[in-house]
Design a protein around this ligand. Structure first.
Ligand code: SF4
Length: 747
């Protein structure tokens, strides 16, 4: 399968093979299924089917409504779902655009090289395409071992391909949502409280009296229930403290906006810790009963005074004291929010340790209005044989580095694929499921270098993305509105589950990921790991094990269960055993000390932008998710390109006008493929620019997204790796302006 040179292929560049749309022999007759489910006659609203949203990871449960002809008309939230409380965000209601998008992948594709050496995709039957995948994986197994394969994944399909890969003998299963996003906070909270935050975070925002957002823009970042709770909390008088170089939407609702100098957040956090200790504003009883290492912490932060922090962060000393006082007054109903995308400057685990410590000092962990104790429904796996032990673990494949990482690193898999980086156990085959790695991983050149070294690249997706152009085999997945999937099982105030079932037949010749994995298992002799006959039978078995049934879930969509393991908050004076070395909340981390890292966080300055360059800050818009929704017809109606926010002083200096198009060039000379319009605004600091992530696609098959705006990912070439857990810090990049791709703007 290995192609000597892996050219990027546009999906439209197909060989002469005829179209095979509609050839599916597996299309299920959805309305028939609904009507014929035993014991349900007359109980179903045939116009609606339950689902949970796949437009982002929040997985809000909802109902898909169809008209009399069975056409999908709208999606609304399920009232019983605690992730959304009956209300979907703009992206969720626009999810139907994924189903209607005419640019979708439509049929399996196989890379072929013609007599002239030109590479194209040939349309293929499912049997052919899966044969190529199975043979390619087995060849790697025979020649190098199964542990030389990896899965890079985002979304529901990861479970099925993960099962396949584990059965095959590889444990290299990584998601960019860890080392490129939330990983540092998980490691930091595990080190401090003995448990990670997971998703959704157990923040008790609805009852909080003070919410601190550091570089987190809830509201633009649509974490549904959290945004709703924040809005309710504001109505009830909660104070919001927003720390951001940009006057975000939530900053405009805040009691305090601290326009911090970029890359100095840890200095502010350590100073708040110092102020709270020095003024005796911490929760003494809580700290004494539950924490370990208070004296070491106190000693370590002594030098971080507000006057010192002013020079570093540009936040005035009285504002630092006043905001610390605000938090202390609200304690324990205070949340210093851990954020989500926290891979910024390479010292991210330590910054999140400071966040965790601050919460611990204020006694908010396990307290009303702070962090509640979550519970999760226990849904059993369908029985299968034990997985074989991989000959090498993902940790060994990554050279034994980053021992405190609790999940595999997508960037580590990438490195382990490049021979010059890891000669001893090079990864040779990737399955990439639902993640556009070219734009998700920082340092695009390194990702492309890794891809060049692969013997097999299989891409599973609903849309042609930059990554599909490099695939050997493309497997088109149907959208979440056209398939069954695993039950949604997420933590919350109460354990709960949600059902996703198909609302329509898969369009074109697309299939669900569970079907692909099961068919592959048959071709690879691993079918005992997928022992169910029909997926819905498997769901019914799982549901009956926990006292429900498929029949019930098709009617209600979401089921909430009573809590099993105790109260939502720590009871007064309760003895609590934390899962740390000391059994306490560790203000001084013994685990970090053992591994040679600072047991208490410290401030280390970061690089300043060169003259004429600005910190590149990026973030989210409420109507888009990552780079995945930029082509969605419903969502592009709301926002079809990004713009670059520029402070008026900077605009004047460079002669930039609102709406003018410029190219951005980073500190390493990389220039954006496409121009981006300037937004001149006081809402951004003079040393920074800001843009929404996920635009600037260069895949021409994305008819609405191609060439719209600029890609921040392309400009992130300086990656600051977190020595503790291997996360990839991406905020250490700087940009300047160019009028044309080849000419600098005169400043
Ligand atoms: Fe869908 Fe919005 Fe919920 Fe995300 S937050 S799952 S996009 S409705």
């Amino acid at each position: 399968m290995a192609h000597k040179r892996r050219d990027f292929i546009k999906i439209s560049s197909l060989s002469a093979a005829g179209l095979i749309f509609g050839a599916s022999h597996l299309r299920s007759a959805i309305p028939t299924f609904q009507k014929s489910t035993p014991g349900t006659s007359g109980e179903f609203d045939l116009h609606r089917t339950p689902t949970y949203c796949e437009v982002c990871f929040w997985k809000c449960a909802g109902w898909v409504y169809k008209n009399d002809e069975g056409n999908i008309k709208k999606i609304i939230g399920n009232d019983d779902d605690t992730n959304c409380n009956g209300r979907l965000c703009p992206r969720g209601t626009g999810g139907v655009g994924m189903y209607h998008d005419e640019d979708r992948l439509k049929t399996p594709l196989i890379r072929v090289t013609g007599a002239d050496g030109k590479q194209t995709f040939r349309e293929a039957s499912w049997d052919e395409a899966l044969d190529v995948v199975a043979k390619g994986l087995n060849k790697i197994k025979q020649e190098h071992g199964p542990e030389c394969t990896a899965l890079l994944t985002h979304g529901s399909g990861g479970h099925y391909f993960g099962t396949l890969l584990k059965a095959f003998g590889s444990g290299n299963i990584a998601a960019p949502s860890y080392a490129q996003c939330r990983g540092p906070r998980e490691v930091a909270f595990i080190a401090t409280f003995g448990e990670g935050l997971n998703s959704p975070e157990p923040t008790d925002i609805r009852d909080t009296r003070c919410l601190v957002l550091i570089g987190s823009h809830l509201g633009e970042n649509m974490h549904n229930a959290q945004v709703q709770e924040m809005s309710d909390a504001i109505d009830k008088g909660a104070a919001i403290i927003t720390v951001d170089p940009r006057f975000s939407t939530v900053a405009s609702k805040s009691k305090f906006w601290l326009p911090i100098k970029p890359a100095t957040d840890i200095a502010l956090l350590l100073t708040w810790i110092n102020v709270i200790i020095e003024n005796d504003w911490y929760d003494k009883e809580y700290v004494e009963k539950y924490t370990y290492g208070f004296e070491q912490l106190k000693q370590s932060v002594q030098s971080y005074t507000p006057e010192w922090a002013y020079g570093v962060t540009t936040i005035k000393p009285d504002v630092i004291r006043e905001t610390a006082r605000e938090m202390a007054n609200a304690a324990p109903s205070v949340i210093i929010h851990p954020g989500r995308h926290v891979t910024w400057y390479g010292d991210d685990t330590q910054r999140l340790r400071a966040v965790a410590i601050l919460n611990a000092l204020l006694g908010s962990w396990g307290r009303r209005g702070g962090f509640f104790v979550p519970e999760t429904a226990e849904v059993p796996d369908y029985p299968h044989p034990p997985f074989p032990k991989p000959a090498r673990t993902w940790r060994e494949a990554m050279g034994g580095k980053f021992k405190l990482a609790d999940l595999a690193l997508a960037n580590g898999v990438c490195e382990a694929t490049i021979p010059s980086v890891r000669m001893d156990c090079q990864i040779k085959g990737w399955i990439v499921n639902g993640t556009n790695l070219i734009m998700t991983l920082p340092d695009m050149q390194k990702t492309l270098e890794a891809i060049k070294n692969l013997e097999l690249l299989v891409v599973v997706d609903t849309m042609p993305m930059e990554i599909t152009g490099y695939a050997d085999v493309v497997l088109p997945e149907c959208t979440y509105l056209e398939r069954w999937d695993d039950l949604r099982v997420v933590q919350g105030r109460v354990p709960n589950i949600a059902l996703r079932m198909p609302a329509a037949e898969p369009k074109y010749d697309t299939k669900p990921a569970y079907w692909m994995a099961k068919e592959l298992s048959k071709k690879m002799g691993l079918e005992e790991y997928f022992a169910w006959d029909k997926f819905e039978d498997m769901l019914d078995w799982q549901l009956k094990e926990i006292g429900s049934s498929l029949d019930e879930m098709m009617r209600i969509g979401v089921k909430n269960f009573p809590r099993q393991y105790g109260p939502l908050y720590f009871e007064d004076g309760a003895e609590v055993e934390f899962n740390t070395n000391s059994g306490k909340i560790e203000l001084y981390s013994t685990a970090f000390a053992e591994e040679g890292f600072d047991p208490v966080p410290a401030y280390n300055p970061h690089m300043e932008p060169p003259t004429g360059y600005y910190h590149l800050n990026y973030g989210r818009a409420p109507m888009h998710t990552f780079s995945r929704t930029a082509n969605n017809p419903n969502l592009t109606d709301l926002m079809d390109e990004n713009v670059v926010w520029v402070n008026p002083k900077v605009a004047k200096q460079w002669g930039l006008k609102a709406g003018q198009e410029v190219y951005l060039q980073n500190q390493d000379g990389v220039v954006s493929d496409f121009p981006i319009k300037v937004r001149v605004t006081e809402r951004i600091r003079f040393d920074s620019v800001y843009m929404v992530h996920g635009f600037g696609h260069n895949h021409k098959q994305l008819s609405r997204a191609h060439g719209r705006g600029a890609s921040d990912s392309q400009l992130i070439t300086r990656v600051l790796v977190d020595p503790i857990m291997g996360g990839t810090g991406m905020r250490g990049n700087f940009v300047t302006f160019r009028f044309e791709k080849g000419s600098e703007v005169e400043s």
